[in-house]
Design a protein around this ligand. Structure first.
Ligand SMILES: NC(=O)C1=CN([C@@H]2O[C@H](COP(=O)(O)OP(=O)(O)OC[C@H]3O[C@@H](n4cnc5c(N)ncnc54)[C@H](O)[C@@H]3O)[C@@H](O)[C@H]2O)C=CC1
Ligand SMILES: O=C([O-])CC(=O)C(=O)O
Length: 254
């Protein structure tokens, strides 16, 4: 499987250093970034090709892995899907724009393309998906990150945001894609709180779900990526596992 990557930052670097062609026949061949130097550096490191012409790349890929920004998804996903090429998308917040969501869903359906959204920096999506249509009453996400991760210069704990996921992704497009992932898993605009906390050095995501099934809570205490403290290691690792899982005969979990 030939893979092209959009965005050559923290996540792409981790993925490119962990996936080798001998693994499940996955070859990460093309590297595209609006910053050409970043694309060239990662392509050189990974033995791939830095992409200057995005459209030309689409003639030689089976899957495009986006790890750039919600804006890149809005700009480039339609082009990829129109060619019937599957995608993995990390910047899931883009799909909280309902007009865009409907547009890409239709393009994907018309062209028999599939969009895969990794669980990313959180755990618990399996349970949320399972109970979504079976009396799920309440889902909340509380995210706690350091001032460095949230790009704030703050000495005391502060609530930066309290509201719906659709608004959270607008105000923090590079920090709270996980809220969009949960919302899409249960088909509702979930409640989100974002806290900046000078006493943590992890990216912490606490999910609570309540309903007819009972209740569960998951807490993910992520190590941030060295190259980008906004982003958790788990986000990149989940994409690696998703890529490898396409080849599995027996799938475990949802
Ligand atoms: N789903 C999830 O759980 C998570 C999602 N993310 C999201 O994944 C994405 C990538 O994260 P990182 O690798 O940490 O980011 P990063 O900032 O380290 O790298 C992003 C790269 O994409 C490039 N880029 C941005 N917009 C572009 C565009 N329109 N066209 C081409 N290149 C573009 C940048 O130049 C940069 O090199 C971000 O949107 C981030 O918010 C991050 C963590 C968790
Ligand atoms: O990596 C994380 O902890 C979460 C994150 O940045 C996002 O959801 O955009």
């Amino acid at each position: 499987m030939n893979v092209g990557i959009i965005g050559c930052g923290a996540i792409a670097n981790i993925i490119a250093s962990r996936i080798v062609p001998e693994d499940n026949n996955i070859e990460i061949k093309y590297f595209y970034d609006k910053d050409v130097e970043r694309a060239e550096n990662l392509a050189t490191f990974a033995g791939g090709v830095a992409v200057l012409d995005f459209d030309a790349m689409l003639d030689d890929v089976d899957l495009v892995l986006e790890c750039a920004s919600p804006d890149s998804v809005k700009l480039l996903a339609p082009k990829v899907l129109e060619k019937g090429i599957d995608m993995i998308v990390m910047s899931i917040g883009a799909f909280m724009d309902t007009g865009f969501y409907t547009k890409v869903l239709n393009i994907a359906r018309e062209n028999d393309a599939h969009i895969h959204l990794p669980s990313g920096a959180i755990v618990g999506l399996d349970g949320i998906k399972a109970v979504a249509d079976f009396g799920l009453k309440e889902v909340t996400l509380v995210t706690r990150k350091s001032p460095k991760s949230l790009g704030k210069d703050i000495g005391t704990e502060e609530i930066l945001f309290e509201g719906k996921a659709s608004q959270a992704v607008k105000e923090f497009p590079l920090n709270i894609n996980v809220a969009a992932t949960i919302s899409m898993a249960c088909n509702r605009d979930i409640d989100v709180k974002i806290i900046v906390d000078p006493n943590v050095d992890r990216n912490v995501h606490e999910i609570t779900a309540k309903g007819d099934f009972g209740e569960f809570k998951t807490i993910t205490m992520n190590h941030p990526c060295a190259a980008n403290p906004k982003t958790s290691m788990l986000a990149a690792i989940s994409a690696i596992k998703l890529l490898k899982s396409f080849d599995e005969t027996i799938s475990v979990g949802l």
